[in-house]
Structures are given as C-alpha cells and as structure tokens.
Design a protein around this ligand. Structure first.
Ligand SMILES: [Zn+2]
Length: 529
C-alpha cells in the first residue's frame, strides 16, 4: 500500500496521542540481556575512588558481571589471542577507547506528574539517556501502587526505565491525619507491608517524627527528609539523624541544627511561607545565620552526623536558579527537550511550586551565592571527613530538566571542592550504600548487576561531556564541534542507545508542541510606557 506524504502528519499525530495515554510504554528500546555480553577495550572509571584503568574487556552473563579482564596496555595494540572469547549466541560491544562507569544513581527523582505535564516515558528516557540506571522516587507522587507497579515492570525489564525505589510521602493514603505516635507507627508498618522501600518525610511534630523514624528503622527500611520550615524550629536534621533518619534531602534543617546565637530563622514580620517569593528569598539568608565554619557548634553537628553514618543528598542544582535565574532559564536544552506544559509550570506564578519569580533580582541572587558558598563548604568538609554525599536532582521544578540536571549536579559537587573521582563515587557507590544496595550496585565488580554508563570522552576531564547536548569544543581545523553525550546506557545487561532515547524525547516534545500549539517562550514582555 502506498502512503502519501499527506498522511504522514496524521500518523505522527496518532502515534503521539497513543504515547501520551500510556504512562510508560512496553519495552521497545534496548537490546538484551544476553547469555553473554563482552564489552571490549574500555577504560574503566570505577565508583570506588580508584583511578581509571584500561583497556579492559568486561564480561556480562544475563544481568551480572562475570569477569573483568585486563587485555593490554595503553598505547599498545591489544593482543586479540589472549582476550576473552565470545561464546555462541553471545554479543560483542566494540567500545575500544571508550570510558565505562557504573550506572548512575539519582537519589531524588520524581517520576513526573500531572502539573508538570511530564509522563513517565518522557522522564524515564531522559534519565536513561543520561546514564541514570537507578532512581529513588521521594514521595511516590503518582501514588505508591503506581510506583510499585512501575518498579516491578522495570525489574522485569517490561518497560524502558531505570530501576526504581519507592519512598512514600509520610502519611500518604492515611484515612485520617496522623496525630499520635501509635498512628505514626501503624502507618509505617502498613507502608512496609505494601512493599515500599522507605519513607520521605517533610517534618511533623517531634513525637510523631520520633515514633515514625524509630519504627521505620526497626523494620529495616530507609528514609529521606526534606525538613520543611513549618516544623524545623522544633525538629531539625540532628533530631532526625538521632531518631534514625538515613538521608537528608536538600539542605533545610541543617543550618537550623547549626544555630548557636538564635533558635528561629530571622523571618521578617510580613513573611508568609505560602508566598514562595518569601520562602525562597529568605532561605537565601539562612546559612549565614548558622554557626561559622570551623566553630564549636559546626564541628559538633558534623561529628555527630558522621558518627551516625548519615547521608547528605544536597540536590544543589535544584536551587541554582536562585543564584542565577537567567542561566537556569536559558539552558540550551529547553528548546528541544522541555515539554511545553513543563515550561508553563516553570514560568513565574503564585501557584505552581518552585515558580516564585515575583521579583527576583540581583539582591536575591547575591544572597544565594553566599548561601551556596557556606553550604558547599559544609558538604565538602563532610565528605573530606569520611561522610557520605550522594547525587540527587529533584528535577521537574525550577527550570531543572530530568536527566540534564544530573551532570549539572556533578558539576556543582566539583564547584564544592570534590575531585572528579569523588564525584563519580558519590554518583554510584555512595548512592548504592545509601539505598542499602551496595552488594548489587555502585561499582563494576564481579557478581554485581550489569549497570553501566559508556561514553567516548573522559568525563573526569570535563563533566559537561555527560550532558545529552554534549560539550562545545573547537577542533584542529578551527571548527566548532559538539562532543560527548552518553553513548550507551546499560541497565540489567540491556544495552540502550542513549542518543536514540534522547531523539525519541525530542520527537515526543516536537509532537506535543504541534498538537497543543504551545511553544517555549521566555516569560513576559517589556512594558511599553
Ligand atoms: Zn523533591
């Protein structure tokens, strides 16, 4: 049958409508897993702090790493006779000269949402395209049952998605508000019985926090907490850590734990937490109200958190618009990869969460630059003293896009003072440890799951090669070139062409713009007088 050109737009339209209805499509992408997969000739950048080494061949059987074979020396042709042999039915991935890292873990990955107009296929593909093979969904915002269903489908490789851990928002699904310690404990037990991996807290009264955290720990589950301002004056990070919280999100509650000349943040009298201009601009003045770096209180808090084996998941990137709004808003990937509805959600509004640009300018940005400076000092020192710091993004808010925000978070850890190898360790092994999955994930080691990131450039030299849009360089002929982007993401022994996933997303976005007539426009116009 002949298909005329005129029919093509219709076919496109239908395809995009079908995709929009499906939360996450059945697996169409990816090859594998294979009875045997040999990845040839890579330089291994492991997640354990070890320096790069290569060339190595990595042998995978189904979804497990079977052997890591050193096959030669840099700059010397590889002697093929001594290399591991491909068994019949096996698959060979020629990756000579490429770099291989353990799959990345995003410790703060919301799987989209209605308000953002970001469905699961869009989000999952952006994550996988950036080498993210495991995510922790903090809140299970689309409902615990739905997230657990996606988790199961991902584990069975029925969908194109990273592996998923569900940390239910505390109190979600409760028939009545939780007001007693007994109710809190019961909710925690029910949550565990449903199969959740942990809990995400936002703060509550001390009695409830104490009971819920203790019960959760007793059950062997993990926890995360965004210490929101409404409860932080009587329960901050140090209270949570003592009661058994395993990781803190963002940074709220930490300056409050460090107060040594006040007990409440210096709120102006006309502050209103529901006004996000107030909320986020005053947050920019918070770190300087805390105990000075190196002071007695600073050290006491840090010592205790270290002793409790606590995890910091700073999510630096999600606040970056606060110190440079134009940078966040004008990122080059928005045009092709940001859904128009998501763009609308980011645009200044008194209603959407994280769109608080009522009058954001030099004063707020300057305060936030200082806020970052002190915050980064704490996080870097915590790492230097043996503390665990992980990589989380919190995308889908404040101009931060799924997947693309991950390399940005790595860059911000670099700015905080981390060595690139310390950053890779945070992105991999530290994440696995924080999730209690270090026996399965986080490093390239025999027996662990086959989750890898493969790319043609060395990310230790420039983390920007990890962006889907790559890094801009000038070649020897004085021509501008883009290099990088992840080449292959391997999850559970399945090879995904990362650039193909990104192209799928570009088409999804283009179709959405065509269907809805919406575009990505910069907000507002200059008022004519
Ligand atoms: Zn979040």
């Amino acid at each position: 049958m002949k298909i005329t050109i005129a029919l093509f737009p219709l076919i496109f339209l239908q395809t995009s409508l079908v995709l929009a209805q499906l939360k996450a499509p059945e697996i169409k992408e990816g090859e594998g897993p294979f009875l045997q997969l040999i990845i040839r000739g890579v330089t291994l950048i492991n997640g354990n702090g070890a320096p790069p080494i290569g060339p190595v061949d990595i042998i995978v059987e189904n979804n497990r790493i079977k052997r890591i074979a050193h096959v030669g020396y840099p700059g010397v042709p590889i002697d093929s006779t001594s290399r591991p042999k491909l068994t019949p039915g096996g698959k060979e991935l020629k990756a000579e000269g490429m770099y291989l890292l353990p799959g990345f873990i995003d410790m703060h990955g919301h799987i989209g949402g209605k308000a953002q107009g970001a469905d699961a296929e869009y989000v999952f593909k952006l994550w996988l395209a950036h080498g993210i093979t495991t995510i922790r969904d903090p809140s299970a915002g689309n409902g615990l049952d739905w997230v657990l269903d996606q988790k199961l489908k991902s584990a069975k490789n029925l969908i194109t998605a990273p592996r998923i851990l569900a940390y239910t928002a505390f109190g979600m699904g409760a028939k009545e508000p939780i007001t007693t310690a007994d109710q809190a404990r019961q909710w925690v037990r029910d949550n565990a019985a449903k199969g959740a991996d942990g809990i995400k807290f936002f703060g509550a009264n001390p009695e409830i926090m104490q009971a819920a955290l203790e019960e959760n720990k007793k059950l062997g589950l993990r926890s995360a907490c965004h210490h929101a301002q409404m409860d932080v004056a009587r329960w901050n990070v140090i209270n949570s850590a003592r009661a058994g919280l395993t990781s803190m999100e963002h940074w709220y509650g930490l300056p409050e734990a460090l107060f040594d000349d006040r007990t409440v943040q210096d709120y102006p009298a006309d502050y209103n937490y529901a006004n996000e201009q107030d909320r986020f601009s005053q947050a920019g003045n918070l770190w300087k109200q805390a105990a000075q770096p190196g002071s007695k209180r600073w050290n006491e808090v840090m010592d205790e958190l270290l002793k409790l084996d606590f995890t910091l998941d700073p999510t630096f990137n999600i606040y970056e618009a606060n110190r440079d709004l134009a940078r966040a808003r004008l990122q080059e990937w928005h045009q092709d990869y940001t859904m128009p509805k998501l763009w609308g959600f980011y645009t200044p509004s008194r209603i959407s969460h994280g769109s608080y640009w009522h009058n954001w300018g030099t004063e707020q940005e300057t305060a936030w630059k200082e806020n970052y400076r002190i915050w980064m000092m704490f996080v870097n020192e915590f790492k230097n003293r043996g503390g665990r710091v992980t990589v989380g993004t919190d995308s889908g808010f404040i101009y931060q896009l799924y997947g693309f925000s991950y390399p940005r978070e790595l860059e911000l850890l670099r700015e905080a003072g981390f060595h690139p190898l310390e950053i890779i360790r945070s992105a991999t092994l530290c994440g696995a440890q924080a999730l209690g999955l270090e026996k399965e994930l986080g490093t390239v080691e025999v027996g662990k799951l086959a989750d890898f990131v493969i790319l043609e450039q060395n990310p230790l030299k420039n983390l920007q090669v990890l962006y889907g849009t790559g890094a801009v360089t000038l070649n020897d002929n004085n021509e501008v070139q883009r290099i990088g982007g992840v080449k292959y993401t391997i999850k559970d022994g399945i090879i995904y062409d990362a650039k193909k996933l990104l192209e799928d997303v570009r088409i999804l976005v283009a179709n959405e713009k065509k269907d809805s007539g919406e575009t990505i426009k910069q907000p507002g116009v200059i008022k004519k007088s």
